[in-house]
Structures are given as C-alpha cells and as structure tokens.
Design a protein around this ligand. Sequence first.
Ligand SMILES: [Fe+2]
Length: 368
Amino acid sequence: MHSPPGHSHRILVVDDNPPNAALLEHVLLAEGHQVAVAADGVEALDFIAEHPPDLILLDLDLPRLDGYEVCRRVKSAPATRLIPIIIITAQNAFEAKMRAWELGADDFITKPFQCLEVIARCRSLLRIKRLVDERDSAEAVVFAFARVVEAKSPYTHGHSERVASYALALAAQFGLPQDQWETLRKGALLHDIGKISVPDAILDKPQPLTPDEFEIMKQHTLQGARMVESLRSVQDAVPMIRWHHERLDGGGYPDGLFAAAIPLMVRILSVADVFDSLASERPYRGPIPHAQCLQILRRDADSGALDADLVKCFCEVVAAGLVSAVGNGSRSLRASPQRALATAGGPQPPGHDPAASPGQPDTRYGAF
Ligand SMILES: [Fe+2]
C-alpha cells in the first residue's frame, strides 16, 4: 500500500484494468490517502481480511470473483459490513447498479469518471465512515465498562452474558421478531451497568441489606439508564436497564410500573435475570438447582409478578436443554456460614433474597 506520511484513510481500489486502477490510485494518493490496488476479487477479499480498508472502490467485471460477490461477502460479514463500497460501473448500467445496490453498495461512479467526482464521493463516504467508527468506539467502551463492573464481584461475574443467552433463547421460543434480538442482547449485557454506583460492601454483603442499603442498590437501574442514554446506538436498551426490576403487579422498582406499561423485551429480560440470579451463588446463599428455580419462577408468575406466558415458555426452553448448555454459574465460590445455612434449609428458604426484605415480601427473588 502506498502511504504518504500523516494520513490515516486507507482505500482499496479493485480494478483489473491497469490504466483505470493507476488513474484512481493517482487521484487518491494526491488527496493524501493510503492506496492499495487489487486486480481481482479473490485478491481483494484476501487484502480486506488482512488489512480492512476505510473505503473500497470496486469494479464489477473482475477475474476469478466478480465485484457483485466481493460486495456481497464484504457486506454480509460482521467485521467488514460497515466498510463503504463505491461501485465503478459503465454508463447506462442500470441493472448492474440496482443489483449492486441490493447487495449493499453505498455509492456509484460511472466510467469514464471525472476525477473531481471521485474525490467528492470518497470524501463524503469517508466522513460517514469516521462517524460510524466513533460511534462504534463509544459503544465498545460502554460494553467493556459493563464487563468491568460485573467483574468487580465474583458473584456477578458472567451474569450478564448468561442473562443474554437465556433471554435470547426465550425470545426465540416465544417468537419475538428477529429484528429485535440484537436490542434485547444489548439490553441484557448492559442491564446492571449502573452497579458501578453501588459500593462493593453492599454488592457483596453476606447479610440482609438494611432499608437504606437497599435504597442505594435500587439506584443501579436509574444510574445505568443515565449512563447510556446519550449513546444513540444503545438507546433502545435503556428501558431494559431502567425497568428490569419492574414487576407486572406494580411491586417492582424504580417506577412501580404495572403490567401493560412494561414492554415485552423488559419482561423477557426480567425472567432471564431472575432465573440466573437464583441459579447463581450469592454472598448470602448457594446456587439453587434449576428445577427449583423454575418452581420459584412459576410461583412468581402465579402471584402476578412475572409474565406467566413467558415463564411457561422459559420452562420449555430449560426442558429443551438450551439453558444447561449455557451453564448456570452454579460453582461454589466460597464457604460461608450464611450460605451453609441457606443451602442446608435453615431459617432462610432456598432462594430467599435478603435484599427483598426491607419493605418487600420474602417471596421476591432476583431483587437486584
Ligand atoms: Fe439489576
């Protein structure tokens, strides 16, 4: 790749016609870009896999693998689908343009081309690409942050990943439209991000929380929503972060919403979250066997706290083995008198959530 000093845009020209390729290379180098040239589709895909460019100028008539197939493969691979592609076509190639458009091409340049037009179209798409990259970086930081928050406590490590897996399995079984799955996944991965605002002494407290401590714990829903609400790409996940502890009977927090006000995706997340909270070790008790977790979910559905249809569906998901394949986080983290008491069937019933006790009935599970 020819690279003038001090410029960061990398452009791949894919053209088997040497004079065309040379002219494009010359124009782009003069603009200060780094330029690589591939003479056929296979060479282009190899190059893209190894050095993903910021922009691709793509001829359609290519040896070995034509431009349509290159376009299709680039636009269908998650790692490369956001790389803009400008198709170089002959004049009056209406059908070719339409086909390339369907495959995800971003723009077209008609041969013979004007150099100024090439420059203008490249500048425009590179500007958009830069914005997309910035958004992706911000989103990556938020997700990395959520993982760090979770890793703070051995009791929550891996919780969000498991909740995301359970929620997606439930969504598929329940028939949630597939175009909503990605939003659900993001919401599940981020739902507890607000726990960064909760002191470790409360998060890992082996004894029941005091009413004041429980109030602090409850704030993680509002804090989490506030943390990500300015990030457009995860806007749709905000309701799941804010409302994943709402209950259909109005007994949840932070807003005390009732049934119809709680969106379906939030209800799905709540079932998955409660299940994993029960099935995982907590500072104050051991993990609860899956069969018993499901009994508790059914009881919460019967009492009107959780969505009965979703709980029924989730039981089917577990029966089909989809949950055990994910793992249940049930490894023992440490022996503690409190946990021994709970697992031995002492005064606290299995699954009893001490955090639920201030102002809430003992039967509330997955209270935070
Ligand atoms: Fe939570």
